[in-house]
Design a protein around this ligand. Structure first.
Ligand SMILES: [Ca+2]
Ligand SMILES: [Ca+2]
Ligand SMILES: [Ca+2]
Length: 145
């Protein structure tokens, strides 16, 4: 079913990954969290299933989990990352070209945010965020934007 393996280098100690079309060219791209190098990698698809271009965004700490969703309804997918190294969930907004800028960090009730996901939990058309922590809690953030 699968043929050839292609190998790409990541940052140090990659932990999480997620896929979505980040630059609206209809080709699915990949985002990786790197536990060891405190950074995210964005790998844009060249249109042939190759991921040779890698952008790095420093996040600090030890990012583990990543989710992808359009948080500000501009049709461009944004990045949400949970950071084991501190208590925050980080939001990177898409600059509408597959490049990202730090926008906001959400404070959890724990010192260790471990995993994150998204969904419109109150059906108001704005994507919300849910995160779990190492202290046995689930944190839900309803989108106000
Ligand atoms: Ca793409
Ligand atoms: Ca967006
Ligand atoms: Ca919502």
């Amino acid at each position: 079913m699968f043929k050839n393996r292609k190998t790409y280098f990541t940052g140090v100690e990659p932990w999480g990954l997620a896929t979505a079309d980040l630059n609206n060219d209809n080709f699915i791209d990949i985002v990786i969290t790197n536990y060891g190098s405190s950074a995210l990698n964005v790998l844009l698809n060249d249109g042939y299933g190759n991921f040779n271009r890698r952008d790095t965004y420093y996040i600090g700490g030890t990012p583990m989990s990543v989710a992808l969703a359009d948080l500000n309804n501009d049709t461009f997918i944004d990045i949400i990352a949970a950071n084991w190294g501190d208590k925050y969930v980080y939001i990177f907004l898409n600059k509408q070209n597959g490049k990202f800028q730090t926008y906001q960090r959400l404070t959890t009730d724990s010192s260790y945010a471990t995993a994150v996901t998204t969904g419109d939990f109150n059906r108001d058309g704005k994507i919300d965020i849910a995160a779990v922590t190492y202290d046995n809690t689930l944190n839900v953030f309803l989108n106000q934007c």
